[in-house]
Design a protein around this ligand. Structure first.
Ligand code: KG4
Ligand code: ZN
Length: 343
């Protein structure tokens, strides 16, 4: 069984061909950060146009690398939401056109579900599991009961974790994407130099909040700039901000660990772009190891947006009998707990 997956929901155009035995036959990806860099953030119209410009070539190159013909593809999957509508339309229309031409199933993949299921591509892991999904647009703690079956137990009250990384990076004058830039810049910084607030500290529940943290960093930037900030000042602030964001993610996830026992969950999984953060991965690993909880996180290149996760999620859905009509409309907003049967 061969799936072709298309990812165009944000600023990465990607195409992958994956088989049912978890082999990647090919994967082609173009990041658009250079196009958006001059504007300091992702510009939806530029993103949509760039996807349109790249997608056909990426598909041809993916087929070439895999040495297969379009006729051999069994299912065509595309990220159909949530995301920027212009990009979603490009990916969904392309997958639908191919599905219709070759009379093969079209699978509308929820982008968050693709992040959630990636770990089943890279590891032998069974449902149910606890998932911390941390990306540029989402920060959620979920119980994953099965394909299409999610229960959200924690959500961000304001910004997503990745958004916080991106905004802090911008304040510090770092390039996009912000998360990896902070990670690199913070390597020679002192995370204890600046004291930052601990959001929702001692509050029950698993919700997250990053806006207070973001404002506190803004104030520190203003304060050190007033005196003429040195590069070391900025490195120390980057390291302090990174640690504060990670500690908040850990703090709130700890509140969710009670579900591991009460719901008989098998493990904890980390996914989404922010899950590629080295410090977050190693801190999670240590904490969960010490508590005897199995911890899984996909390799870094499969945490950030990619085509493999879309092709794989398409296969997972198709194996359960799900496919979507060509009338399916992309959904800019599409919460994970509303995806049973894609209704
Ligand atoms: O999952 P993703 O590629 O796209 C969305 O679905 O949003 O996540 C992108 C987010 C961006 O905010 C980016 O800054 C963040 O993931 N990110 C990181 C790292 N790599 C990517 N954040 C922290 N540390 C990283 N190493
Ligand atoms: Zn994503």
């Amino acid at each position: 069984m061969l799936a072709l997956g298309i990812e165009t929901s944000c600023d990465e155009s990607a195409v992958a061909i994956v088989d049912g035995n978890k082999n990647v036959l090919s994967h082609k990806l173009i990041s658009q950060f250079r196009e958006h860099q001059p504007y300091g953030g992702i510009v939806p119209e530029i993103a949509a146009r760039a996807h349109l410009e790249h997608i056909d070539r990426l598909i041809l190159e993916a087929l070439d690398d895999a040495k297969i013909d379009l006729k051999q593809i069994d299912i065509f999957a595309a990220s159909a939401g949530p995301g920027l509508i212009g990009g979603l339309i490009v990916g969904v229309m392309t997958a639908k056109a191919l599905a219709s031409m070759f009379r093969k199933p079209f699978i509308a993949v929820n982008h968050l579900e693709a992040h959630a299921l990636t770990v089943r591509f890279t590891n032998e892991i069974e449902f149910p599991f606890l998932l911390l999904l941390v990306s540029g647009g989402h920060c959620q703690l979920l119980i994953v009961e099965g394909v299409g079956r999610y229960k959200c137990i924690g959500n961000s009250l304001d910004d997503a974790a990745g958004e916080c990384f991106d905004k802090v990076a911008k304040m510090l004058g770092l390039e996009m994407p912000g998360g990896p830039a902070i990670q690199e810049f913070a390597k020679f910084g002192d995370p204890k130099r600046f004291s930052l607030p601990k959001p929702l500290k001692k509050k029950d529940g698993c919700d997250f909040s990053f806006s207070g943290l973001k404002t506190a960093v803004r104030n520190k930037v203003d304060y050190i700039s007033y005196r003429g900030a040195s590069k070391q000042d900025l490195r120390d602030l980057a390291a302090s901000a990174q640690e504060a964001i990670i500690n908040h993610l850990i703090d709130r996830t700890k509140n969710g660990l009670e579900f591991i026992k009460s719901k008989n969950l098998k493990s904890l999984v980390l996914s989404g772009g922010v899950a590629s953060n080295e410090l977050l991965r190693s801190n999670f690993n240590q904490i969960l190891l010490s508590r005897g909880i199995d911890f899984y996180v996909p390799p870094v290149e499969l945490c950030t947006d990619n085509g493999i996760m879309v092709a794989w999620a398409g296969l997972e859905r198709y194996k359960l009998g799900f496919s979507d009509p060509l009338s399916f409309k992309p959904k800019p907003r599409w919460p994970l707990d509303k995806i049973i049967n894609n209704k």
